[in-house]
Design a protein around this ligand. Structure first.
Ligand SMILES: Cc1cc2nc3c(=O)[nH]c(=O)nc-3n(C[C@H](O)[C@H](O)[C@H](O)COP(=O)(O)OP(=O)(O)OC[C@H]3O[C@@H](n4cnc5c(N)ncnc54)[C@H](O)[C@@H]3O)c2cc1C
Length: 421
C-alpha cells in the first residue's frame, strides 16, 4: 500500500493530467489514469473489464474504504449465522493483487471535479509530519460509491434499530441474536420486527423465522417464546413485482407464522416499542430496519448534476455535467427516455452498467467517440422465502419452489467463486 501511495504523483507533478478549471477531455498522448471510487458490484466490474480489454492505454486505481468485497444479496443469511461472513466477502487487497490492479483502502472525503483530484483520508499517518490526506489526480473518474441506509427521518429509528447494509451490520444482528437466544430462559416472549416489506425485508423476515424454528428445536426452547413480525408502510409487499407475486409472499409468510402488518407506516421508534401512524403501539424487542436507501453522502460534495436518486447520467453513463466522470450502480440516476423509468438499484444493474462504462472509458482513452449506449434490461429476479421456498420472477412470469431458493444460493456461490479466480 505504501509503495503505491508514494508512486502516486501529486497534482503539480502529473504528466497525464491537465488540471483545468472546466471539465474537458484530457489530452490523448500519455497513459490515462482512471480512478474508480468504490469497489462494490459496479466498481469491481469496471476495474476487471478495463484491465482485460484496455490495460495498455490506461492506469487503473481503485479506492474503497471497505476491506472486502461483499455479496450483499446474501447478508440476510449472514445475519442469522446460516452463512459465514467469509463466504460472502473477499478481501479487496487479495482480489486486486491477483488481478494486478492498484488498490487503495482509504475513505474518499472529497472530489474536486475542476482540478480532477480525489482526496482520501489516510488510515495511518506514517509520522507526525505526514499529511492526513492523500490526493489522487485522475483523467477519468468512475463514481461507484453505492448508497446508504435511508431512515427517512423517522424519529428514533436509527438509534433503536439494526440495519442490514454491510457485513458489519449483519455481524451485529447475528451477535445480538446469539445473546437473545442465550438469555431466553428467563424471558417470556421476544418479538423481532423487520421494518420494510421490499425484497430485503421479506427475505430477512423469512430467514429469521426459519432460523428461530431450528434454534428452538435444537435448544428445547418453546417456539412460542419468539415471534417474527414484518411491518410494511404501503398496502402490499415487494412493490414493483407482479400482483400475484405480492399476494403469494403475503400468503406464504402469514401461513408460516410471520405476523404481517401492511399499510402501517411507523412514525416513531422507542426502546422496545414502535408507534404506527394509526397510533397503535407495538412491542418490539428487536427491530431491524430494511426500509430503503439513499444516495451516498459523499456525492453531496461532488460538483456534478445530481438529485436525491444519484448522479444524473446520459445513455453513455457519463455525468450529464462532466464528460470525464462516469457513474454506475446505486449512486447513479439514469432515466430511460423511452419508458420514463429510472434504472433500479440492483446488483445486476450495477454489473450491466459497469460493462458499458468500461467500454466507453476504453474508447475515450483511445480518442474514439463511438460510445456504447446503456439500455436497461429487465433481468430475472430471485427472492428467497426462507430455507424451503424461493421465487423466480422475470417480467410477468414467475415460478416458485425449493429449487428457486437453491438457484439463488448457487448464484451467490458462483459469483464468489468467479471473483476469487
Ligand atoms: C441486504 C441486501 C440485499 C440485497 N439483495 C439484492 C438482490 O437479491 N439482488 C440484487 O440485484 N441486488 C440486491 N441488493 C442491492 C445490491 O447489493 C446493490 O444494488 C449493489 O450492491 C449496488 O452496487 P454498487 O457497486 O453501486 O454499490 P456497492 O456494492 O454498495 O459498493 C459501493 C462501494 O463503495 C464503497 N464506498 C462508499 N463510500 C465510500 C467512500 N467515501 N470512500 C471509499 N469507498 C466508499 C463501499 O465501501 C462499497 O464497497 C441488496 C442489497 C442489500 C443491502
Amino acid at each position: 500500500m505504501d509503495s503505491l501511495q508514494t508512486s502516486i504523483q501529486q497534482p503539480g507533478e502529473t504528466k497525464s493530467t491537465t488540471i483545468q478549471s472546466m471539465p474537458a477531455q484530457p489530452t490523448l498522448t500519455a497513459k490515462k489514469r482512471v480512478v474508480i471510487a468504490g469497489s462494490g458490484f459496479g466498481g469491481l466490474r469496471v476495474a476487471e473489464k478495463l484491465r482485460k480489454n484496455c490495460e495498455k492505454s490506461i492506469e487503473i486505481i481503485v479506492i474503497d474504504s471497505a476491506d472486502c468485497h461483499t455479496f450483499a444479496p446474501a447478508l440476510y443469511s449472514v445475519a442469522t449465522g446460516e452463512t459465514s461472513a467469509q463466504a460472502v466477502c473477499e478481501p479487496l487487497s487479495v482480489i486486486y493483487i491477483r488481478k494486478g490492479i492498484k488498490y487503495i483502502q482509504e475513505k474518499i472525503v472529497n472530489i474536486d471535479v475542476k482540478k480532477k483530484i480525489v482526496s482520501t483520508k489516510k488510515y495511518k499517518k506514517l509520522n507526525k509530519n505526514d499529511k492526513a490526506t492523500n490526493t489522487i489526480p485522475y483523467d477519468f473518474l468512475v463514481l461507484a460509491v453505492g448508497s446508504e441506509v435511508n431512515f427517512y427521518g423517522i424519529k428514533g429509528i436509527q438509534k433503536n434499530a439494526f440495519s442490514l447494509k454491510t457485513k458489519e451490520d449483519a455481524a451485529a444482528i447475528y451477535k445480538h441474536l446469539q445473546k437473545v437466544i442465550a438469555t431466553m430462559q428467563d424471558k417470556q416472549f421476544h418479538r423481532l420486527v423487520v421494518l420494510g416489506g421490499g425484497v430485503t425485508g421479506v427475505e430477512l423476515a423469512c430467514e429469521l423465522k426459519d432460523h428461530l424454528d431450528n434454534v428452538c428445536m435444537q435448544n428445547n426452547i418453546p417456539r412460542e417464546k419468539f415471534s417474527v413480525m414484518l411491518i410494511q408502510a404501503v398496502d402490499h409487499l415487494v412493490p414493483g413485482f407482479p400482483a400475484k407475486v405480492q399476494k403469494f409472499c403475503e400468503h406464504y409468510m402469514a401461513e408460516h407464522g410471520i405476523e404481517l402488518r401492511v399499510d402501517s407506516p411507523v412514525v416513531q421508534a422507542k426502546r422496545q416499542l414502535l408507534i404506527l401512524k394509526s397510533r397503535e403501539i407495538i412491542k418490539a424487542d428487536t427491530v431491524i430496519w430494511a426500509g430503503g436507501i439513499k444516495a451516498n453522502r459523499l456525492l453531496g460534495s461532488v460538483e456534478v448534476e445530481q438529485d436525491e436518486y444519484g448522479v444524473k447520467v446520459n445513455s453513455y453513463l457519463q455525468s450529464v455535467s462532466n464528460q470525464n466522470i462516469y457513474a454506475v450502480g446505486d449512486c447513479m440516476n439514469y432515466n430511460d427516455q423511452k419508458t420514463g423509468k429510472r434504472a433500479l438499484k440492483t446488483a445486476q444493474n450495477a454489473l450491466h452498467q459497469a460493462n458499458v462504462v468500461a467500454e466507453n472509458i476504453c474508447k475515450a482513452t483511445k480518442g474514439r467517440d463511438d460510445f456504447a449506449s446503456y439500455r436497461p434490461k429487465e433481468t430475472p429476479v430471485l427472492i428467497s422465502l426462507g430455507k424451503k421456498m424461493g421465487l423466480f420472477i422475470w417480467k410477468n412470469f414467475w415460478f416458485r419452489g425449493y429449487w428457486m431458493m437453491k438457484m439463488k444460493d448457487y448464484i451467490e456461490k458462483e459469483y464468489m467463486w468467479k471473483i476469487r479466480l
